[in-house]
Write a protein that binds this ligand. Structure first.
Ligand code: GAR
Length: 217
């Protein structure tokens, strides 16, 4: 069974979605470690409840981003994972860390990339009166939110939406698309070569789009 490490900073609902898929035997991977940069991340409790080893590496205790990232890599590499899954991990990565895991690290970002890289994506989508919003799972490269996209979960922006309602709709589709991508990895369907993502040996020139069913707003 393939081993993955999940990086979190907060609530860990995406981690929970992956745990639930494993428990339901829809996903055949082992989460070897959940690593958080914050000791108060609720996701750590979710991991403990599921019997998954946890580690906390507090970024405020390091003099530089590089030293923090080196400490993280040292901890991650003890478990020899085949995939690193960033699930609400809210730190910018050093070039060296991203390069070290090139092709082996994925992230979920709450926007339809390349739209709304960075923070406050829901607020920005509402301010722009966007018709659609969503989330993207992509391979991680040194440039923020810019690696090859694998899947996008697309949801409508509805009249009367506020940041919270839009965020919770995006969260629901994240909990569908992230376990799906990890499953593709577990089944050896996903690959990455020279900056390009492949699914079933075909280049993903566009991400696979998963739309929320219209009765699930
Ligand atoms: C998710 O919405 C994820 O897309 C976002 O943080 C949230 C974490 O939720 N990630 C980023 O903004 C990364 N730039 P969770 O802790 O409940 O999984």
């Amino acid at each position: 069974m393939r081993s993955i490490v999940v990086l979190i900073s907060g609530g860990g609902s995406n981690l929970q979605a992956i745990i639930d898929h494993i428990k339901a035997e829809k996903l055949d991977v082992r989460i070897s470690l959940v690593l958080s940069n914050r000791e108060d991340a609720y996701g750590l409790k979710r991991a403990e409840k599921a019997g998954i080893p946890t580690a906390i590496i507090d970024h405020t205790q390091f003099e530089s981003r590089e030293l923090f990232d080196q400490a993280m890599a040292k901890e991650i590499d003890r478990y020899n994972p085949e995939l690193i899954v960033m699930a609400g991990f809210m730190r910018i990565l050093s070039h060296g860390f991203a390069e070290h895991y090139a092709g082996k690290m994925i992230n979920i970002h709450p926007a339809l990339l390349p739209a709304y890289k960075g923070l406050h994506t829901h607020r920005r989508a509402l301010a722009d009166k966007a018709v659609h919003h969503g989330a993207t799972v992509h391979f991680v490269t040194p440039e923020l939110d810019s690696g090859a996209s694998i899947v996008q979960g697309k949801v409508p922006v509805l009249a009367g939406d506020n940041e919270e309602s839009l965020q919770s709709r995006v969260h629901r589709i994240e909990h569908v698309i992230y376990p799906t991508v990890v499953e593709w990895f577990a089944k050896d369907r996903l690959a990455y070569l020279d900056g390009q993502a492949y699914l079933d040996d075909k280049p993903l020139n566009q991400p696979v789009i998963i739309e929320q069913a219209s009765d699930q707003h």
